[in-house]
Design a binder for this molecule. Sequence first.
Ligand code: AMP
Length: 120
Amino acid sequence: MVADDYALPMEEERTIFHKIRDKEIPSSIVYEDEDVLAFKDIHPKAPTHLLFVPKHFVASIADVTPETAHIPGMLILKAQKFAKEKGIDGYKLTFHVGPGGGQEVMYLHLHLMSEQKLER
Ligand code: AMP
């Protein structure tokens, strides 16, 4: 493996979620641990609309490999645990896949939407 294989994505390839993850631009963070960051969607489509982003970059569900197949499940578990702790008992979880599937930001993320408002 050559050194370039370890290189970070070039600036023009970094998405807005790379910058949110790396705290280069602000976001309304509601949860963070070593594997995931969750923040409020800037254009909410439900009273609660959160995005769960893995710290490890994967562009899209379409790019998941056997090596990264645990990541979507991990995001679902984090969202499930978060919702339970916040008393949100009904919600939708969505992955948009590729531009044709409505994915605007090419950094894997799980939408959590609920008619219930996040109280704290
Ligand atoms: P998707 O269409 O699945 O790629 O979803 C991208 C989501 O990111 C959209 O719902 C946007 O409203 C949201 N979004 C874009 N920029 C930001 C930002 N700076 N902070 C929070 N959410 C954002």
